[in-house]
Design a protein around this ligand. Structure first.
Ligand code: ATP
Length: 218
């Protein structure tokens, strides 16, 4: 079943054409990786997919959008702001609800952030801030995960485990990745972008070293 249907089009950024794409369908249950050089348009494509179904998407952009003076707890809680009333959210800002704090704490434990619940994001390392943003996306409990380099900046020994956890927590996922090996290990479909075009759209099992060399070569 097709979940995200992007018609054939030219995607632009800042008024300039970036990517010329054929029609793209993302089916329910797929784990898709976007690969290609920096600046090729991976974020632009992710944003176009996000606009199709914003309410179904746990969105993890490259610029994390965390509120630095607020705690890790409050930043993760923000994933569910639209679910609760304004009053409930305001009370939570001053005196966090115990039930919500417990939920967030359970979610932070596998992310290695359980001791940072009350720490302001401004006092976190880059990798810890990245994992806070992943926690916020997971807390949304939405069926589609769209992540822009969601594990970049995270210790390589943890990045594969965290990406796997993210993919398992969502029915369908599209992630922009810089690490082709990680993409092939964790995703079942790879979209290779080069010079403003979709160079290939293949099952991971069909991607060869030649495909990757052509994608990343000059
Ligand atoms: N706000 C903007 N205004 C104008 N051009 C932009 C803007 N943001 C990005 N671009 C340009 O659009 C193109 C595609 O950018 P995009 O961020 O989608 O690439 P990307 O593949 O995600 O890059 P990276 O891997 O570095 O994150 C790039 O050439 C970039 O310079």
């Amino acid at each position: 079943m097709s979940l995200l249907q992007l018609p054939s089009q030219v995607l632009s950024r800042g008024g300039k054409p970036v990517l010329t794409l054929p029609a793209l369908n993302i089916d329910a249950g797929e784990r898709v990786a976007l690969l290609g050089h920096s600046g090729v348009g991976k974020s632009t494509l992710l944003e176009a997919l996000y606009r199709l179904q914003p309410k179904q998407v746990a969105w993890c952009p490259q610029r994390l959008g965390l509120v630095e003076p607020l705690s890790v707890y409050h930043n993760v809680y923000m994933g569910r702001l639209p679910r609760y009333s304004l009053l409930y959210n305001l009370v939570n800002l001053v005196r966090p609800w115990r039930k919500r704090q417990q939920e967030v704490l359970e979610l932070l434990t596998p992310l290695g952030l359980d001791d940072k619940l009350t720490t302001p994001v401004s006092q976190l390392s880059g990798g810890q801030a990245q994992r806070t943003a992943l926690g916020r996306a997971l807390y949304q409990q939405r069926p589609i995960f769209l992540g822009d380099e969601p594990v970049t900046g995270i210790d390589p020994s943890q990045s594969r485990r965290l990406l796997t956890q993210l993919l398992q927590a969502h029915q369908t996922a599209v992630v922009a990745l810089h690490d082709a090996e990680l993409a092939l290990a964790c995703c079942d479909r790879i979209l290779g972008l080069k010079q403003g075009q979709l160079q290939f759209d293949l099952a991971s099992s069909q991607v060869t070293p030649d495909h990757l060399e052509q994608l990343y070569g000059q």
